[in-house]
Design a protein around this ligand. Sequence first.
Ligand code: NM2
Ligand code: OGA
Ligand code: ZN
Length: 382
Amino acid sequence: MTYVSADVTDNGHTLLLKDSNANETRFHAMWLRDNALDEETRAANGQRLITLNGIPKDTVIQSAVLSKDENISIKFDPDGKQTNFPIGWLQDHAYDTHKTQTEKGWLPPMVETWDGSLNNAVPTADFTEVANDRKKLGDWLTAIKRYGFAKLTGGPVENGALTKVADLFGYIRETNYGKWFEVRTEVNPTNLAYTGLGLQAHTDNPYRDPVPTLQILYCLENSAEGGDSMVVDGFKIAQKLRQEMPEGFEALSSYCARFEYAGEAGVKLMSKRPMIELNPDGELIGIRFNNRSCAPITDVPFDTMPTYYEAYRRFCELVDAPNMAVAFKLQPGESFIVDNTRVLHARKGYSGAGSRWLQGCYADKDGLYSTLSAIEHEMKVA
Ligand code: NM2
Ligand code: OGA
Ligand code: ZN
Protein backbone atom coordinates (compact mmCIF):
# COMPACT_ATOMS: atom_id res chain seq x y z
CA MET A 1 0.00 0.00 0.00
CA THR A 2 1.30 3.40 -0.89
CA TYR A 3 -0.05 6.90 -0.93
CA VAL A 4 -1.60 8.01 -4.24
CA SER A 5 -2.35 11.63 -3.44
CA ALA A 6 -0.99 14.39 -1.24
CA ASP A 7 -3.15 17.44 -0.52
CA VAL A 8 -2.55 20.47 1.60
CA THR A 9 -5.63 21.27 3.67
CA ASP A 10 -6.67 23.26 6.71
CA ASN A 11 -5.01 26.47 5.43
CA GLY A 12 -1.67 24.71 5.13
CA HIS A 13 -1.74 23.23 8.62
CA THR A 14 -2.39 19.67 7.47
CA LEU A 15 -0.99 17.29 4.88
CA LEU A 16 -3.67 14.84 3.77
CA LEU A 17 -2.44 11.59 2.20
CA LYS A 18 -4.70 9.03 0.55
CA ASP A 19 -3.91 5.47 -0.39
CA SER A 20 -5.52 3.53 -3.25
CA ASN A 21 -8.32 2.37 -0.92
CA ALA A 22 -9.12 6.01 -0.13
CA ASN A 23 -7.83 5.62 3.44
CA GLU A 24 -6.71 8.98 4.75
CA THR A 25 -3.69 9.77 6.91
CA ARG A 26 -3.02 13.27 8.16
CA PHE A 27 0.18 14.96 9.35
CA HIS A 28 0.47 18.41 10.89
CA ALA A 29 2.73 21.02 9.28
CA MET A 30 4.54 21.64 12.57
CA TRP A 31 5.13 17.93 13.13
CA LEU A 32 6.51 17.51 9.61
CA ARG A 33 8.84 20.48 9.90
CA ASP A 34 10.12 19.31 13.29
CA ASN A 35 10.74 15.81 11.93
CA ALA A 36 12.41 16.79 8.69
CA LEU A 37 15.12 14.29 7.73
CA ASP A 38 17.46 16.54 5.76
CA GLU A 39 20.99 17.32 6.80
CA GLU A 40 20.18 20.85 7.96
CA THR A 41 17.78 19.32 10.48
CA ARG A 42 19.52 16.08 11.41
CA ALA A 43 23.22 15.38 11.89
CA ALA A 44 24.71 12.20 10.41
CA ASN A 45 24.42 10.60 13.86
CA GLY A 46 20.64 11.05 13.71
CA GLN A 47 20.49 13.81 16.32
CA ARG A 48 18.36 16.88 15.66
CA LEU A 49 20.33 20.05 14.94
CA ILE A 50 17.45 22.50 15.43
CA THR A 51 15.23 23.37 18.37
CA LEU A 52 11.51 23.96 18.23
CA ASN A 53 12.15 27.65 18.83
CA GLY A 54 14.09 27.68 15.56
CA ILE A 55 10.91 26.82 13.67
CA PRO A 56 8.49 29.71 13.02
CA LYS A 57 5.36 29.36 15.14
CA ASP A 58 3.14 30.07 12.13
CA THR A 59 4.70 27.35 10.00
CA VAL A 60 2.35 26.00 7.33
CA ILE A 61 2.76 23.85 4.22
CA GLN A 62 2.95 25.89 1.06
CA SER A 63 3.07 22.91 -1.29
CA ALA A 64 3.34 19.13 -1.22
CA VAL A 65 4.35 17.15 -4.28
CA LEU A 66 4.16 13.40 -4.47
CA SER A 67 6.84 12.11 -6.82
CA LYS A 68 7.17 8.76 -8.52
CA ASP A 69 10.35 7.95 -6.63
CA GLU A 70 8.29 7.44 -3.49
CA ASN A 71 9.09 10.81 -2.00
CA ILE A 72 6.93 13.70 -0.90
CA SER A 73 8.53 17.04 -1.38
CA ILE A 74 7.25 19.68 1.00
CA LYS A 75 7.77 23.40 0.99
CA PHE A 76 6.96 25.32 4.16
CA ASP A 77 5.89 28.92 4.73
CA PRO A 78 6.93 31.42 5.94
CA ASP A 79 10.62 30.43 5.87
CA GLY A 80 10.55 28.75 2.45
CA LYS A 81 12.14 25.59 3.88
CA GLN A 82 12.03 22.67 1.46
CA THR A 83 12.45 19.03 2.45
CA ASN A 84 11.67 15.48 1.26
CA PHE A 85 10.07 12.58 3.11
CA PRO A 86 10.24 9.01 1.81
CA ILE A 87 6.67 7.68 1.75
CA GLY A 88 7.73 4.56 3.63
CA TRP A 89 9.06 6.73 6.44
CA LEU A 90 5.74 8.58 6.70
CA GLN A 91 3.85 5.27 6.77
CA ASP A 92 6.11 3.96 9.53
CA HIS A 93 5.60 7.08 11.61
CA ALA A 94 1.90 7.77 10.99
CA TYR A 95 0.08 8.87 14.15
CA ASP A 96 -3.36 9.56 12.68
CA THR A 97 -4.49 6.05 13.60
CA HIS A 98 -7.39 4.82 15.65
CA LYS A 99 -5.73 3.48 18.75
CA THR A 100 -7.79 0.59 20.05
CA GLN A 101 -6.11 0.19 23.44
CA THR A 102 -8.36 1.89 25.93
CA GLU A 103 -8.40 -0.58 28.80
CA LYS A 104 -6.03 0.33 31.61
CA GLY A 105 -3.26 -2.21 32.13
CA TRP A 106 -2.70 -3.19 28.51
CA LEU A 107 0.61 -4.64 27.34
CA PRO A 108 2.43 -4.42 24.01
CA PRO A 109 1.87 -7.48 21.79
CA MET A 110 5.38 -8.84 22.24
CA VAL A 111 4.99 -9.15 26.01
CA GLU A 112 3.66 -12.59 26.96
CA THR A 113 2.34 -13.06 30.46
CA TRP A 114 2.74 -16.49 32.02
CA ASP A 115 1.99 -18.63 35.03
CA GLY A 116 3.32 -21.93 36.41
CA SER A 117 2.66 -23.73 33.12
CA LEU A 118 5.85 -22.08 31.86
CA ASN A 119 7.72 -24.58 34.09
CA ASN A 120 7.69 -26.83 31.01
CA ALA A 121 9.46 -24.27 28.86
CA VAL A 122 11.66 -22.10 31.08
CA PRO A 123 13.49 -19.63 28.80
CA THR A 124 17.12 -20.74 29.06
CA ALA A 125 20.34 -20.28 27.14
CA ASP A 126 23.90 -21.54 27.44
CA PHE A 127 26.51 -19.02 28.55
CA THR A 128 29.17 -20.03 26.01
CA GLU A 129 26.66 -20.02 23.18
CA VAL A 130 25.30 -16.53 23.86
CA ALA A 131 28.82 -15.23 24.47
CA ASN A 132 29.97 -16.44 21.04
CA ASP A 133 26.93 -16.08 18.83
CA ARG A 134 25.10 -12.76 18.31
CA LYS A 135 22.01 -14.51 17.01
CA LYS A 136 21.77 -16.72 20.10
CA LEU A 137 22.39 -13.70 22.31
CA GLY A 138 19.55 -11.92 20.48
CA ASP A 139 17.24 -14.88 21.10
CA TRP A 140 18.07 -14.87 24.80
CA LEU A 141 17.50 -11.11 25.10
CA THR A 142 14.22 -11.48 23.19
CA ALA A 143 13.09 -14.06 25.75
CA ILE A 144 13.88 -11.61 28.55
CA LYS A 145 11.83 -8.95 26.79
CA ARG A 146 8.96 -11.37 26.20
CA TYR A 147 8.82 -13.19 29.57
CA GLY A 148 10.62 -10.76 31.87
CA PHE A 149 13.18 -13.37 32.93
CA ALA A 150 15.49 -16.05 31.58
CA LYS A 151 18.04 -18.52 32.88
CA LEU A 152 21.61 -18.92 31.75
CA THR A 153 23.43 -22.23 32.27
CA GLY A 154 27.00 -23.37 31.82
CA GLY A 155 28.72 -20.24 33.08
CA PRO A 156 32.07 -20.18 34.87
CA VAL A 157 32.07 -21.03 38.57
CA GLU A 158 34.27 -18.19 39.72
CA ASN A 159 34.06 -15.10 41.85
CA GLY A 160 32.52 -12.19 39.91
CA ALA A 161 31.35 -14.34 36.98
CA LEU A 162 28.05 -12.46 37.05
CA THR A 163 29.78 -9.38 35.64
CA LYS A 164 30.36 -11.41 32.47
CA VAL A 165 26.60 -11.90 32.21
CA ALA A 166 26.01 -8.14 32.48
CA ASP A 167 28.79 -7.56 29.92
CA LEU A 168 26.79 -9.59 27.40
CA PHE A 169 24.23 -6.79 27.04
CA GLY A 170 25.05 -3.73 29.09
CA TYR A 171 26.29 -2.27 32.33
CA ILE A 172 26.06 -2.98 36.01
CA ARG A 173 24.23 -0.44 38.15
CA GLU A 174 26.30 0.08 41.27
CA THR A 175 24.43 0.79 44.51
CA ASN A 176 25.06 0.91 48.25
CA TYR A 177 25.18 -2.91 48.03
CA GLY A 178 28.25 -2.60 45.82
CA LYS A 179 28.99 -3.32 42.17
CA TRP A 180 27.76 -6.76 43.08
CA PHE A 181 26.81 -8.37 46.37
CA GLU A 182 27.28 -11.71 48.11
CA VAL A 183 23.99 -13.46 48.82
CA ARG A 184 24.87 -15.85 51.62
CA THR A 185 24.22 -16.23 55.31
CA GLU A 186 25.94 -13.57 57.37
CA VAL A 187 26.25 -12.76 61.04
CA ASN A 188 24.32 -9.56 61.83
CA PRO A 189 22.79 -9.33 58.36
CA THR A 190 22.04 -5.82 57.09
CA ASN A 191 19.35 -7.32 54.85
CA LEU A 192 17.19 -10.43 55.23
CA ALA A 193 18.56 -11.57 51.87
CA TYR A 194 21.75 -12.35 53.80
CA THR A 195 20.11 -15.04 55.94
CA GLY A 196 18.81 -18.54 55.32
CA LEU A 197 15.21 -17.37 55.58
CA GLY A 198 12.78 -17.96 52.78
CA LEU A 199 11.95 -14.77 50.92
CA GLN A 200 8.47 -14.16 49.57
CA ALA A 201 8.49 -13.28 45.89
CA HIS A 202 9.39 -9.63 45.53
CA THR A 203 10.91 -7.03 43.32
CA ASP A 204 14.22 -5.69 44.58
CA ASN A 205 14.90 -2.21 45.86
CA PRO A 206 11.44 -0.66 45.44
CA TYR A 207 12.76 1.92 47.92
CA ARG A 208 15.04 3.23 45.20
CA ASP A 209 13.84 5.75 42.61
CA PRO A 210 14.62 5.01 39.87
CA VAL A 211 14.46 1.34 40.74
CA PRO A 212 17.09 -0.98 39.15
CA THR A 213 15.29 -2.47 36.18
CA LEU A 214 17.26 -5.73 35.97
CA GLN A 215 18.72 -8.10 38.51
CA ILE A 216 21.13 -10.97 37.90
CA LEU A 217 21.43 -13.72 40.51
CA TYR A 218 24.36 -16.05 39.89
CA CYS A 219 24.98 -19.32 41.71
CA LEU A 220 28.42 -20.34 42.91
CA GLU A 221 27.39 -22.93 45.53
CA ASN A 222 24.02 -24.48 46.30
CA SER A 223 24.46 -27.76 48.14
CA ALA A 224 22.39 -26.72 51.17
CA GLU A 225 18.94 -28.20 51.56
CA GLY A 226 16.32 -25.83 50.11
CA GLY A 227 17.28 -22.51 48.59
CA ASP A 228 15.28 -23.14 45.43
CA SER A 229 14.50 -20.08 43.30
CA MET A 230 11.07 -19.06 42.12
CA VAL A 231 9.84 -16.38 39.76
CA VAL A 232 6.32 -15.02 39.32
CA ASP A 233 4.98 -12.76 36.58
CA GLY A 234 3.83 -9.55 38.26
CA PHE A 235 2.10 -8.43 35.05
CA LYS A 236 0.03 -11.63 35.04
CA ILE A 237 -0.96 -10.99 38.63
CA ALA A 238 -1.89 -7.37 37.93
CA GLN A 239 -4.06 -8.43 35.01
CA LYS A 240 -5.71 -11.18 37.08
CA LEU A 241 -6.42 -8.65 39.80
CA ARG A 242 -7.93 -6.26 37.28
CA GLN A 243 -10.22 -9.05 36.09
CA GLU A 244 -11.26 -10.20 39.55
CA MET A 245 -11.38 -6.87 41.31
CA PRO A 246 -11.29 -3.84 39.00
CA GLU A 247 -11.61 -1.40 41.91
CA GLY A 248 -8.62 -3.09 43.56
CA PHE A 249 -6.55 -2.72 40.40
CA GLU A 250 -7.64 0.90 40.28
CA ALA A 251 -6.58 1.46 43.90
CA LEU A 252 -3.12 -0.14 43.56
CA SER A 253 -2.44 1.73 40.33
CA SER A 254 -3.78 5.16 41.27
CA TYR A 255 -2.28 5.59 44.73
CA CYS A 256 1.31 5.48 45.81
CA ALA A 257 2.76 3.00 48.25
CA ARG A 258 5.85 3.87 50.28
CA PHE A 259 9.03 1.86 50.53
CA GLU A 260 12.13 2.27 52.63
CA TYR A 261 15.41 0.65 53.54
CA ALA A 262 17.70 1.79 56.32
CA GLY A 263 19.43 -1.44 57.31
CA GLU A 264 22.99 -0.16 57.13
CA ALA A 265 24.71 2.91 58.57
CA GLY A 266 24.60 5.98 56.34
CA VAL A 267 21.75 4.66 54.17
CA LYS A 268 18.13 5.82 54.31
CA LEU A 269 16.46 5.07 51.03
CA MET A 270 12.82 6.05 50.56
CA SER A 271 10.39 6.10 47.68
CA LYS A 272 6.77 6.93 46.98
CA ARG A 273 5.51 4.98 43.99
CA PRO A 274 2.52 2.76 43.12
CA MET A 275 2.64 -1.04 43.40
CA ILE A 276 1.10 -1.23 39.93
CA GLU A 277 2.43 1.47 37.63
CA LEU A 278 0.69 2.61 34.45
CA ASN A 279 1.77 4.99 31.72
CA PRO A 280 -0.53 7.96 31.11
CA ASP A 281 -1.93 5.95 28.16
CA GLY A 282 -2.82 3.06 30.48
CA GLU A 283 0.05 0.73 29.53
CA LEU A 284 1.13 -1.49 32.39
CA ILE A 285 4.78 -0.61 32.93
CA GLY A 286 5.83 -1.63 36.41
CA ILE A 287 5.30 -3.65 39.56
CA ARG A 288 6.74 -2.90 42.98
CA PHE A 289 6.16 -5.53 45.60
CA ASN A 290 8.33 -6.26 48.61
CA ASN A 291 6.87 -7.09 52.01
CA ARG A 292 10.20 -6.50 53.77
CA SER A 293 10.57 -2.93 52.70
CA CYS A 294 7.01 -1.69 52.33
CA ALA A 295 6.73 1.36 54.62
CA PRO A 296 3.49 2.67 56.18
CA ILE A 297 1.22 3.63 53.30
CA THR A 298 -0.04 7.16 53.85
CA ASP A 299 -1.11 8.37 50.42
CA VAL A 300 -4.36 6.44 50.11
CA PRO A 301 -7.55 8.28 51.13
CA PHE A 302 -9.15 6.99 54.33
CA ASP A 303 -12.24 5.73 52.53
CA THR A 304 -10.20 3.86 49.94
CA MET A 305 -7.77 2.22 52.38
CA PRO A 306 -9.97 -0.88 52.98
CA THR A 307 -10.23 -1.49 49.22
CA TYR A 308 -6.50 -0.85 48.88
CA TYR A 309 -5.67 -3.42 51.55
CA GLU A 310 -8.12 -5.93 50.08
CA ALA A 311 -6.39 -5.55 46.71
CA TYR A 312 -2.93 -5.72 48.29
CA ARG A 313 -3.97 -8.96 50.05
CA ARG A 314 -5.32 -10.47 46.84
CA PHE A 315 -2.11 -9.49 45.04
CA CYS A 316 -0.18 -11.16 47.87
CA GLU A 317 -2.27 -14.36 47.60
CA LEU A 318 -1.60 -14.51 43.87
CA VAL A 319 2.12 -13.96 44.49
CA ASP A 320 2.11 -16.99 46.82
CA ALA A 321 -0.16 -19.19 44.69
CA PRO A 322 1.84 -22.29 43.69
CA ASN A 323 0.30 -22.43 40.21
CA MET A 324 1.65 -18.97 39.38
CA ALA A 325 5.35 -19.68 39.97
CA VAL A 326 8.15 -21.07 37.88
CA ALA A 327 10.62 -22.83 40.18
CA PHE A 328 14.14 -24.15 39.76
CA LYS A 329 17.17 -24.79 41.93
CA LEU A 330 20.22 -23.03 40.55
CA GLN A 331 23.37 -25.12 40.18
CA PRO A 332 26.88 -23.62 40.33
CA GLY A 333 27.51 -21.73 37.08
CA GLU A 334 23.80 -21.13 36.53
CA SER A 335 22.11 -17.77 36.85
CA PHE A 336 18.93 -15.99 36.02
CA ILE A 337 18.06 -12.48 35.09
CA VAL A 338 14.76 -10.79 35.93
CA ASP A 339 13.08 -7.65 34.69
CA ASN A 340 12.83 -6.17 38.16
CA THR A 341 9.93 -3.92 37.09
CA ARG A 342 7.83 -6.94 36.19
CA VAL A 343 8.91 -10.36 37.45
CA LEU A 344 9.10 -11.10 41.17
CA HIS A 345 11.72 -13.52 42.48
CA ALA A 346 11.66 -15.65 45.62
CA ARG A 347 13.80 -18.24 47.35
CA LYS A 348 12.92 -21.09 49.63
CA GLY A 349 14.57 -21.09 53.03
CA TYR A 350 17.70 -23.19 53.33
CA SER A 351 19.64 -24.75 56.18
CA GLY A 352 21.55 -27.80 57.27
CA ALA A 353 24.65 -29.29 55.80
CA GLY A 354 26.16 -27.89 52.63
CA SER A 355 26.45 -24.32 51.57
CA ARG A 356 24.71 -21.72 49.47
CA TRP A 357 26.47 -18.81 47.81
CA LEU A 358 24.93 -16.60 45.18
CA GLN A 359 26.21 -13.33 43.83
CA GLY A 360 23.79 -10.67 42.67
CA CYS A 361 23.98 -7.41 40.78
CA TYR A 362 21.70 -4.84 39.20
CA ALA A 363 21.68 -3.56 35.66
CA ASP A 364 19.24 -1.69 33.47
CA LYS A 365 16.83 -2.60 30.72
CA ASP A 366 17.54 0.35 28.46
CA GLY A 367 20.99 -1.07 27.71
CA LEU A 368 19.63 -4.58 27.23
CA TYR A 369 16.94 -3.40 24.81
CA SER A 370 19.47 -1.24 23.00
CA THR A 371 21.75 -4.26 22.48
CA LEU A 372 18.78 -6.33 21.33
CA SER A 373 17.68 -3.67 18.82
CA ALA A 374 21.24 -3.39 17.51
CA ILE A 375 21.42 -7.19 17.07
CA GLU A 376 18.04 -7.20 15.29
CA HIS A 377 19.37 -4.51 12.96
CA GLU A 378 22.57 -6.50 12.30
CA MET A 379 20.52 -9.60 11.44
CA LYS A 380 18.36 -7.60 9.02
CA VAL A 381 21.25 -6.03 7.10
CA ALA A 382 23.39 -9.20 7.10
N1 NM2 B 1 20.11 -7.23 48.40
C1 NM2 B 1 20.36 -8.65 48.11
O1 NM2 B 1 15.56 -5.17 47.68
C2 NM2 B 1 15.99 -5.77 48.64
O2 NM2 B 1 16.18 -5.22 49.74
C3 NM2 B 1 16.29 -7.21 48.48
C4 NM2 B 1 18.72 -6.84 48.10
C5 NM2 B 1 20.45 -6.98 49.77
C6 NM2 B 1 20.99 -6.43 47.55
C7 NM2 B 1 17.66 -7.61 48.81
C1 OGA C 1 17.97 -11.12 46.68
C2 OGA C 1 17.19 -12.32 46.69
C3 OGA C 1 17.23 -14.64 46.43
C4 OGA C 1 18.10 -15.81 46.69
O1 OGA C 1 19.16 -11.22 47.03
O2 OGA C 1 17.46 -10.08 46.29
O3 OGA C 1 16.02 -12.22 46.50
O4 OGA C 1 17.92 -16.78 45.96
N1 OGA C 1 17.84 -13.46 46.85
O5 OGA C 1 18.91 -15.79 47.61
ZN1 ZN D 1 15.62 -10.13 45.85
